[in-house]
Design a protein around this ligand. Structure first.
Ligand code: S3P
Length: 435
């Protein structure tokens, strides 16, 4: 089977309005929380990407009733204490969020379970989650002493811990908090750089009490979750691809509606503003836990900037597309303190640098990021996605300014987070595929 796509070089303006698919982080959590809660949970705007479907499939194997109709999901659960012990392995696919958060959830359950993912998951560090969970009393075994999948979890009674996060990671924080739900005592997580806070917000939405201030989260164990409604906003990490397309393709105007504007995720908007993008943000009036709004972008002259420190966790998934953005900005862009990129779906420092260089970009890898000099006219060529959705989409967006066609290998991985990405590209551009 040929899994590659060739995009015609397209230097025409992009125009239009899009509603990008639901937020991946929030979609995962909506299913997880709905399955843990007692009662009925309804979810609208759910992301039907491969990663979130992996989460649904894991909970179905625990006996939870989950119905999917379009982007609406209904979860009926008697609460996690009534889950069935799975007779099959729980396949987490390509999803780090599913794997790590499930570890926290299952550690405090009454079940034995085995988690396995794909080749990329097998390389991703699980020790960062397993260490704190073991401190809580979790019984987890796995490859290389429990550092990598496959991982077997024997659910048991847990005790709360006071944990200072060694890395800024919402997946680690969330695994500890979800284990803390069933633990004895008050779980405390201390973050030096604040990572995305969807778990904290959603715990409140499902009726739990928790406090969060100055990077310290305190969560008393033994609480019950109650089913509710979750409206999933568009994923700002998906919107980022079209924001960058709109700002770099001359004469463009793109509007993205109902996008999540949670401040722990909007680093990309700060970067665009600092680089000089003409950007308009209109927040929606809403009572829901997650802020949303519309963002309109016009093509603009850009300048290089320095990106690092506590901005990094607020845009960690956007760095591949920010690197492409920087190739079109005047001057030098330095991305630092982003060593976490090396342990994403692929080593994103190496992948971004290698692929953008193939197009003629002036980009160099550093230990904790990259240095990009611009502006550079990008050519075309055959780019590899490495099976990483965000590298694949970065390559596709390069075609809005490239002078030659761009072929993307393993392009189907884009469905991990953005199943209708190419349809949306067609909506706003005269984009054509040669294959
Ligand atoms: C996520 C957290 C981030 C992010 C990932 C989704 C989440 O990972 O990169 O795409 O949903 O909690 P880390 O926690 O490893 O930073």
């Amino acid at each position: 089977m040929i899994d590659s796509i060739i995009l015609q070089a397209n230097q025409n303006p992009l125009q239009g309005s899009l509603r990008v698919p639901g937020d991946k982080s929030i979609s995962h959590r909506a299913v997880m929380f709905g399955a843990m809660a007692k009662g009925k949970t309804t979810v609208s705007g759910f992301l039907l990407g491969d990663d979130c479907l992996s989460t649904i499939s894991c909970f179905r194997k625990l006996g939870v009733d989950i119905q999917v109709t379009g982007t609406n999901v209904t979860i009926n659960s008697d609460g996690m204490e009534n889950w069935n012990e799975p007779i099959e392995i729980l396949d987490t696919g390509n999803s780090g969020t599913t794997t790590r958060l499930m570890l926290g959830i299952l550690a405090g359950s009454h079940l034995h379970s085995v988690l396995v993912g794909d080749e990329s998951i097998a390389k991703r560090p699980m020790k960062r989650v397993i260490d704190p969970l073991r401190q809580m009393g979790a019984q987890i075994t796995g490859r290389s002493g429990g550092q990598f999948t496959p991982l077997a979890v024997q659910g048991t009674k847990l005790t709360a811990i006071d944990y200072k996060m060694p890395v800024a990671s919402a997946q680690v924080k969330s695994a500890i908090l979800l284990a803390g739900l069933r633990a004895k005592g008050i779980t405390i997580v201390r973050e030096s750089e604040v990572s995305r806070d969807h778990t904290e917000r959603m715990l409140r939405q499902f009726g739990a009490q928790l406090t969060s201030a100055n990077g310290v989260i305190q969560f008393p164990g033994g609480q019950m979750l109650t089913g509710t409604h979750v409206d999933v906003p568009g994923d700002i990490s998906s919107a980022a691809f079209f924001l960058v397309a709109g700002v770099i393709a001359k004469g463009s105007l793109i509007r993205l509606i109902h996008v999540g504007l949670n401040p722990t995720r909007t680093g990309i908007l700060d970067v665009l503003k600092q680089m000089g993008a003409q950007l308009e943000i209109e927040p929606n009036d809403s009572e829901s836990e997650e802020p949303t709004g519309s963002v309109t972008i016009r093509s603009s002259e850009l300048k290089g900037i320095e990106i690092g420190g506590d901005l990094i966790p607020r845009l960690i998934d956007e760095i591949p597309i920010i690197a492409l953005l920087a190739t079109q900005a005047h001057g030098t862009t330095i991305i630092k303190n982003a060593e976490e990129l090396k342990v994403k779906e692929t080593d994103r420092i190496a992948a971004v640098v290698d692929e953008l260089r193939k197009l003629g970009a002036n980009i160099e890898a550093t230990d904790d990021g990259m240095i990009i000099k611009g502006p550079v006219t990008l050519s075309g060529g055959k780019l590899q996605s490495y099976g990483d959705h965000r590298i694949g989409m970065m390559a596709a967006i390069a075609s809005v300014v490239s002078t030659q066609p761009i072929e993307i290998e393993q392009a189907s991985c884009i469905s991990v987070s953005y199943p209708n990405f190419f349809e949306h590209l067609k909506t706003v551009s005269s984009f054509e595929t040669l294959r």
